[in-house]
Design a protein around this ligand. Structure first.
Ligand SMILES: Nc1nc2c(c(=O)[nH]1)N[C@H]1C(S)=C(S)[C@@H](COP(=O)(O)O)O[C@H]1N2
Ligand SMILES: [Mo]
Length: 428
C-alpha cells in the first residue's frame, strides 16, 4: 500500500522538462557563436529526450473505451467451487481492493451464475406478467423503453458473500476480491415493477410475485408483493449503459437491499400468486441455517456490513508512517449511519469520515488517517446503519448461525498487520 506524503520529484513529466531545455537553448544561441553551438548540442540532446508519444500524433478516437493496458490486472477473481461437477456454476468477485470511490465499473460487477450466462436472443426475449391479474401482459425491450424509468444507486450482495470467513475457522489468506467480492454497487435504471403490476391490475388476493429467469436453471424466487409494489425495479440500464450480459441483459429484477439471489437476471416471467412458490432456489439453497439446526423461512434483507479495502489481505505496507485507511460500508436496511475503525485490535474505536453521498441501500466509502508506528497490530471496521443495527463480531455471528454458504455473513473483518508490513486475514 502506498504511503501518504511521499513525493517523488522525478515523477514530473519528462516531456515538459525537455521542452523547457529547448527554449533555454535557443535564447543562449542569440548571444554568441560558441554558446550557439553549445546550444545546438543541447538542443539535439533535448530533441533526443522527447518521448516517442510526443513525436507522432496519438491514437485516433475509438468507439468504445477500454482501461489502460497497464491496468490489465484489475479484473474479477474467478471462484469456481464446483469446477468439475458443474463448470457453468460459478462466481467471480469484484476486486474491491483495486477500486476507489463506490461505483463498480460494469466490467467488474461480480457474477453469480447458477447455470452459466445464457446465450439468449435479446430480440426474442419477452417478459410475461400473469397469475392473479385481470390483464395478462407481455413485453419486449422496445415496449419497455417507452415506460417511465427511475434511477437509483444500489449494492447487490450475494447472501453467500464472505463464505470463506463464515465456514473456515482457520482464516483463508486471500484478497478482498476472493473474500468479500460478491458485492458490487451500480446505478440501476429501469421501470418500477409497480407500474407494470398496476397495468396488469393485480387481484386483491395477490401476495407474492414469482420471478423466473430465462437461463438453463430457470432461477426462480418469490418476492413479497410489498417489495414488488415498493422500490423494486425492472432494470434495463446499469451505470448509464444497457445492463451487461453477465448482469441479466436485456432485463433483470433489482430489489434494493435484498439478497443478491432474488435479483433475477434475464427475467422472463412474473407470476402473481397468493403464496410463495418455495422454489429450489429458496428452499434447497439460499436459506439461512441457524446454529441450533433450524432454518429461517426466508431471509430477504442483507445486514449492515463493512470492510477495510485499503489496506487489506495480501497487500503490504511500505514501512511506518501516515496512511489513509479506507473501505466500504453498506446495509440492506437503509443508509450507513456510522463506521468505527480500530487500529489496536478493538481496544479503542474512532469514527471514520463517511464520504458523500451517503445513499440508501448503497455503498458508502469511509476513510480515516492513521500513523502506523511499525508495530504489529490488527485493523477492524464496524458499521452501524440508520435502522440501528451494528456489525457483529465473528464470535457473535457464529453463536447465531451454522457455517453455511448462504448465511448473510456480515461479521467484522480483521486485518492483521505484521511488523514487516504484510496484511493478512485474521479472525478475532
Ligand atoms: N436467472 C438468474 N438470476 C440470477 C442468478 C442466476 O444464476 N440466474 N444468480 C443470482 C445470484 S445467486 C446472485 S448473487 C445475483 C448476482 O448478480 P450479478 O451476477 O449481476 O452480480 O444474481 C441472481 N440472479
Ligand atoms: Mo447469490
Amino acid at each position: 500500500m502506498r504511503q501518504l506524503m511521499t513525493r517523488d520529484n522525478s515523477m514530473s513529466p519528462r516531456g515538459l522538462l525537455s521542452r523547457r531545455g529547448m527554449m533555454r537553448g535557443s535564447l543562449v544561441a542569440a548571444g554568441s557563436t560558441v554558446a550557439a553551438s553549445l546550444a545546438l548540442v543541447e538542443e539535439a540532446k533535448a530533441e533526443a529526450d522527447i518521448p516517442s508519444w510526443l513525436r507522432v500524433p496519438g491514437e485516433p478516437v475509438r468507439s468504445y473505451g477500454q482501461p489502460a493496458e497497464t491496468e490489465a490486472d484489475v479484473k474479477r477473481a474467478p471462484i469456481q467451487i464446483y469446477k468439475d461437477l458443474a463448470p457453468a456454476y460459478g462466481f467471480s468477485g469484484t476486486p474491491l481492493q483495486k477500486l476507489r470511490g463506490t461505483i463498480t465499473p460494469n466490467g467488474l460487477h461480480f457474477e453469480v451464475h447458477h447455470g452459466g450466462r445464457p446465450l439468449l436472443n435479446p430480440v426474442e426475449h419477452r417478459l410475461i406478467i400473469h397469475g392473479l391479474v385481470n390483464r395478462q401482459l407481455k413485453f419486449d425491450v422496445a415496449t419497455l423503453e417507452r415506460y417511465p424509468m427511475v434511477t437509483g444507486v444500489h449494492f447487490i450482495e450475494c447472501a453467500g458473500n464472505s463464505f470463506f470467513n463464515a465456514i473456515f475457522d482457520e482464516p483463508k489468506q486471500l484478497g478482498c476480491d476472493m473474500l468479500h467480492g460478491l458485492v458490487s454497487n451500480s446505478e440501476w435504471t429501469g421501470v418500477p415493477l409497480r407500474i407494470l403490476l398496476e397495468e396488469a391490475a393485480i387481484k386483491p388476493d395477490a401476495r407474492w410475485v414469482i420471478a423466473i429467469g430465462n437461463d438453463a436453471p430457470n432461477l426462480a424466487r418469490s418476492i413479497p408483493i410489498e417489495k414488488a409494489m415498493g422500490d423494486a425495479v425492472l432494470a434495463l440500464y446499469q451505470n448509464g449503459e444497457r445492463v451487461r450480459p453477465e448482469q441479466g441483459y436485456p432485463m433483470r429484477v433489482v430489489l434494493p437491499g435484498y439478497q443478491g439471489n432474488m435479483n433475477i437476471k434475464w427475467v422472463t416471467s412474473l407470476q402473481v400468486t397468493s403464496r410463495p412458490a418455495y422454489t429450489k432456489d429458496e428452499s434447497g439453497e439460499y436459506t439461512d441455517i441457524l446454529a441450533d439446526g433450524k432454518v429461517l423461512d426466508f431471509a430477504f434483507t442483507m445486514g449492515v456490513k463493512s470492510v477495510i479495502t485499503h489496506p487489506s489481505g495480501t497487500m503490504s505496507m511500505s514501512g511506518p508512517g501516515v496512511y489513509e485507511i479506507s473501505g466500504l460500508a453498506w446495509s440492506g436496511l437503509g443508509k450507513v449511519a456510522r463506521v468505527e475503525v480500530s487500529t489496536d485490535e478493538g481496544n479503542s474505536w474512532s469514527d471514520a469520515d463517511l464520504q458523500k453521498p451517503v445513499l440508501d441501500k448503497a455503498m458508502t466509502r469511509f476513510a480515516i488517517e492513521w500513523k502506523w508506528d511499525g508495530k504489529p497490530t490488527t485493523l477492524l471496521s464496524r458499521a452501524h446503519d440508520e435502522a440501528g443495527y451494528v456489525q457483529p463480531t465473528r464470535t457473535a455471528w457464529k453463536k447465531r448461525y451454522a457455517p453455511s454458504n448462504y448465511n448473510h455473513y456480515n461479521a467484522i473483518q480483521a486485518w492483521r498487520i505484521s511488523s514487516d508490513g504484510a496484511v493478512t486475514n485474521a479472525h478475532t
